[in-house]
Design a protein around this ligand. Structure first.
Ligand SMILES: Cc1cc2nc3c(=O)[nH]c(=O)nc-3n(C[C@H](O)[C@H](O)[C@H](O)COP(=O)(O)O)c2cc1C
Length: 363
């Protein structure tokens, strides 16, 4: 697993039997995930079905540990997005930063889908991070970002090392621009090595923390059947890793969750990337601000996907509170809080992650 999100790098040779047994299952899981990404064609639905189509698009957003920590309530011309605190992750995300960033990602997808379906969406974010999206009729506009909603994924594979043209970096920066959110691009080799050092320190801190490991293991899905049953969590197959019978995997997983293998994985990921974008915001932060960070990140992710790029997050140095300020200083971002580390490049598509059914997230 490339840990959590990350998934098992469990001694592949020893587990080859499990991997082979998992092949068909994996293909089925991938087919199911692709089916889940079929959005209702704009113009094909009206009334409550149209609002459900918007929620469907919202649920394809990324969420930390794939917790899908959101609840939607439909009004006549509003959709409310609220945190589902039963899905919070107190070990990796004690202040719910990632949880509210995830809500921001979902909001951005919903807004792009609304436009494609002929609705102008105006989100109001309350101080507690609750979001009310007002919807008003507008001429339908199908954007490249809308078309990227289903294609976007967190791709934890190695990329091919190709650099990005300066104009493309600029395009990503423009897409993510938001008041109160600072972006820093690191694309020089020395800078990427410094990111890697910080990521390695983050992995070491996290994997020596029993609470972090226990929580991670709870969100891991070890084979396609387990992933399909829950429709959430981190499935090894999504990182190109072998499936294992869950009864066996749960017994042995802790032995294989080693900082060294995670660092090796991140080294390959970062050295093959074109660069990294760091998103940062006011250290005073809070839910409202973090929703804004999530929206900016999701616009970046959709723009990158539309441009044929792949991306994934590598946040360990930001998830260990004591490592955040040194990271900010090292990249000239102090006194801001660095929120997200996004690596970007050209790479392969991996199997898609699953989602829970709409009934599970609509109140
Ligand atoms: C706030 C936030 C933090 C995340 N942090 C990481 C991370 O550090 N490493 C990683 O591999 N994935 C990270 N992810 C990606 C999620 O694991 C991923 O979105 C989820 O598994 C669903 O998969 P998808 O993005 O391919 O749809 C993060 C996602 C969010 C929204």
């Amino acid at each position: 697993m490339t840990t959590r999100r990350r998934c098992l790098t469990l001694g592949a040779a020893a587990l080859a039997g499990g991997a082979l047994a998992g092949c068909d299952e994996r293909a089925e899981q991938d087919a199911a995930a692709r089916l889940q990404r079929r959005l209702a064609p704009p113009g094909s639905v009206a009334g409550a079905d149209r609002l459900r189509a918007l929620v469907h698009a919202a649920t394809l957003a990324p969420s930390s540990h794939n917790t899908q920590c959101w609840r939607f309530s439909l009004g006549a011309d509003t959709i409310r997005i609220a945190a589902d605190f039963s899905r919070r992750c107190p070990a990796v995300d004690p202040d719910d930063h990632h949880l509210f960033v995830s809500l921001g990602c979902a909001t951005e997808n919903l807004m792009q889908a609304a436009l494609a379906h002929g609705l102008q969406a105006e989100p109001q974010v309350a101080a507690d991070g609750g979001i009310t999206v007002a919807l008003a009729p507008t001429p339908p506009r199908r954007t490249a970002a809308y078309d990227a909603i289903a294609a976007r994924q967190s791709t934890r594979a190695a990329f091919d090392g190709r650099p990005l043209a300066p104009a493309l970096w600029q395009r990503l920066e423009d897409a993510a621009a938001a008041e109160g959110v600072t972006l820093q691009i690191v694309s020089d080799r020395a800078g990427l090595e410094r990111v890697l050092d910080a990521v390695a320190t983050g992995h070491r801190a996290q994997l020596s923390d029993a609470a972090f490991v226990d929580e991670l293991v709870r969100w891991l899905r070890f084979d396609a059947a387990e992933a399909a049953r829950s429709g959430d969590g981190l499935f090894a197959g999504c990182s190109g890793q072998p499936s294992l019978p869950p009864w066996l995997a749960r017994r042995i997983v802790r032995r294989f969750l080693r900082a060294d293998s995670e660092v090796a994985r991140s080294t390959e990921q970062l050295r093959s990337s074109a660069g990294v974008v760091i998103l940062a915001s006011d250290a005073a932060g809070g839910p409202q601000r973090w929703v804004g960070v999530g929206r900016a990140f999701q616009r970046l992710a959709l723009e990158a996907t539309a441009a044929g790029l792949r991306l994934s997050l590598l946040n360990p140095p930001l998830e260990v509170a004591r490592l955040r300020a040194p990271f900010a200083s090292a990249f000239g971002l102090a006194p801001l809080r660095p929120d997200l580390i996004v690596r970007i490049g050209y790479g392969p598509r991996l199997p898609e992650s699953l989602r829970r059914p709409l009934e599970a997230v609509i109140a």
